[in-house]
Design a protein around this ligand. Structure first.
Ligand code: BF8
Length: 635
């Protein structure tokens, strides 16, 4: 019964049993050791922003009602929240900035291992940005887009191009009117850090507006991350793969690609397919090189290369316990430092590749893009050595895997719809929303969290909304959860979709030669790719002449964990979406902040946070939010 509380994925369950028998400490053990967690921190009422603290405010009114400087509970909670948004924005946009530098070097002809893989996307992004494209070479356009991208970071004269050109004009106007349309991504992040230091902004609502501005910067950073990755590595199209630990192969060199940015992992994919490297693996006695993915780097290489997702986020330690994982190559974000100890116990090579993300105990190989492919080959060699050392030793790979269909970029979704109506691809979608075959659209985003039995909320909510004919999209570890549970398949559509959704997905799937309906949930990519559903919503809104906050569209982060998820959730609300959270965020220490986020903001942006920890009730509330929108549209 204890196992069921930790995870719903039976592969994870098997590995937990191995961990128990072998005395390996996991994320769940460390969590148990943290209990009881600090109630002040949990409610947002702990401040460490100066050395007169740490200060704590008593949420029940018996103890201190202010910090040493006089900061109130409302402001303390707001400050803490928006610092998380700044951190999230820094992460997503840091990833995008990294891609922008690569694109700039590609344009300058400095890199041989990278190129522009999708010229159409490059031209489309340039056109959207107002960069003249006619007669321009790929190099010239790449240079122009890279420099426009890098200009987003400090401070422009104009609002962020990746917000101003991607949202509806009324959204842009509204955000401008509220003073929350940033002129620079880094400047918005830095502004949050400044206004939340000792003795700057003490007005909770003003602080929250600062957070909204940071969230818009995060949105721009995410969109930039998607656009540049598509340009450099190709825009995803539907792809078939398999998910979960059963994809490991005892007799192959198994290498997991973990983190967020495809810059390194794409080269490892290229290297692993080269004859000389394959020959090395074979001469070591392996049947081949088996690349697998973890977290969002895993999503990136699944979407573009069909690399099988191994596991996600919360269970990232588990595959090492199979004994079959030869190397984990990480870039940055969501990589648990605990991997080093477990990898050491099993002889798995943990390889860090970014100078901002080192882990004691790991092998560090700083990737220089100028010789990236060569380094990718060196990394694979380390994995081959480890394979040689373990060859013949028993492994315990859980025989658990599921089929997966992924690769649903905006372009792929529009492409699939165009098979039903080439002249007007959005029309079939709109018609089916209007006639009720599709009741609305929900985006599942975000992480797994140790406080929720892994995947349980995702699975329960998705099954419930499927019955009710809701079209669902997913990103990040949420998409991973659904992949590992077999919900990104045509079979799941046949089993769980309501009649309207099933009919629509069957028509689209057949028109596209998928041999069955579209998968129950469309995997749109990694967490930065939450920008993709926004593109679709904006296109729908523009076509219908309404705003996004009128569409029957919602978001859900049922097991969120990272600061990045706080930033995404906040921009989803800012762009007008009812946004469900399956855990209570650390804001309950302020009634005012709680009310603004769950109620008052609805009057301003149309979006709001909907907090519900019970998944079945959450599904009902999300569905009700869609119905409210339908009624207002008279459909
Ligand atoms: O960026 S869903 S645990 S891996 S933060 Fe991290 Fe959360 Fe996973 Fe992807 Ni997103």
């Amino acid at each position: 019964a204890k196992k069921a509380v930790k995870a719903t994925d039976c592969a994870v369950g098997e590995m937990l049993e191995v961990a128990r028998k072998q005395g390996i400490e996991t994320v769940w053990d460390r969590y148990a050791r943290q209990i009881p967690q600090c109630g002040f921190g949990d409610s947002g009422l702990c401040c460490r922003n100066c050395t007169q603290g740490p200060c704590r405010i008593d949420p029940f009114g018996d103890g201190p009602a202010a910090g040493v400087c006089g900061i109130t509970a409302d402001s303390m909670v707001a400050r803490n929240l928006i610092r998380a948004i700044a951190a999230g924005a820094a992460s997503h946009s840091g990833h995008a900035k990294h891609l922008a530098h690569v694109l700039k070097k590609v344009a300058a002809g400095k890199l041989t291992d990278y190129s522009v893989k999708d010229e159409n996307k490059l031209r489309a992004v340039a056109t959207r940005l107002g960069i003249p494209t006619e007669g321009k070479s790929v190099q010239e356009l790449a240079a122009a887009v890279a420099s426009a991208a890098l200009e987003e970071f400090s401070e422009r004269e104009e609002p962020l191009a990746w917000a101003a050109t991607t949202l509806t004009s009324s959204q842009v106007e509204k955000l401008g009117g509220l003073g929350v349309l940033p002129a620079g991504i880094d400047s918005a992040i830095s502004e949050i850090l400044q206004r939340t230091t000792l003795g700057v902004d003490a007005d909770p609502v003003n602080l929250l507006l600062g957070g909204v501005k940071g969230a818009v910067a995060d949105f721009a950073g995410c969109h930039l991350g998607t656009d540049l990755a598509d340009i450099l590595f190709g825009t995803p199209t539907p792809v078939f793969s398999e998910a979960n630990m059963g994809v490991l192969k005892e007799n192959a060199v198994n290498i997991a690609l973990h983190g967020h940015n495809p810059v390194v992992s794409e080269l490892i994919v290229v290297a692993a397919r080269q004859e000389d490297i394959l020959a090395q693996a074979k001469s070591a006695g392996a049947e081949g090189i088996n690349l697998v993915g973890i977290c969002c780097t895993g999503n990136e290489v699944l979407m573009r290369q069909g690399v099988a997702p191994l596991t996600h986020s919360l269970s990232q330690e588990m595959p090492i316990l199979t004994g079959a994982l030869d190397a984990i190559v990480v870039d940055y974000q969501c990589v648990y430092p605990s991997l080093a100890n477990i990898a050491d116990c099993y002889g798995t090579k943990l390889i860090t590749t970014m100078d901002i993300a080192k882990i004691p105990g790991a092998v560090h190989m700083a990737i220089e893009e100028e010789r990236g492919l060569e380094q990718a080959k060196e990394i694979i060699k380390l994995a081959v050595e480890r394979f040689k050392a373990r060859k013949g030793a028993p492994t315990c790979i859980p025989q658990v895997k599921q089929k997966v269909i992924a690769g649903f970029s905006t372009e792929a979704i529009i492409g699939a719809l165009s098979k039903l109506n080439a002249a007007d691809p959005l029309k079939p979608l709109i018609d089916n929303i209007v006639n009720g075959n599709i009741q609305g659209v929900v985006l599942f985003a975000g992480c797994n969290n140790v406080k929720v039995p892994q995947d349980a909320n995702f699975i329960a909510i998705v099954k419930e909304l499927a019955k009710r004919d809701v079209l669902m999209l997913a990103t990040g570890c949420g998409a991973g959860a659904l992949a590992r549970h077999g919900l990104l398949t045509s079979e799941a559509t046949m089993e769980y979709a309501g009649p309207g959704l099933k009919a629509v997905f069957t028509a689209i799937g057949e028109a596209n030669g998928l041999g069955g309906p579209l998968p129950l949930v469309l995997h749109v990519g990694s967490c930065v790719d939450n920008s993709r559903p926004v593109d679709i919503a904006v296109a729908l809104a523009n076509k219908l002449g309404v705003d996004v906050n009128q569409l029957p569209v919602a978001a859900s982060a049922p097991e969120f964990k990272a600061e990045k998820a706080v930033a995404i959730g906040t921009w989803a609300v800012t762009l007008g979406l009812p946004t469900h959270l399956g855990l209570v965020p650390p804001v309950l220490g302020s009634k005012l902040v709680t009310r603004v986020l769950t109620q008052d903001i609805k009057d301003i942006t149309g979006g709001y946070f909907l907090v519900e920890t019970d998944p079945l009730l959450a599904a009902e509330k999300i569905f009700d939010a869609l119905q409210e929108r339908r009624q207002k549209l008279n459909i």
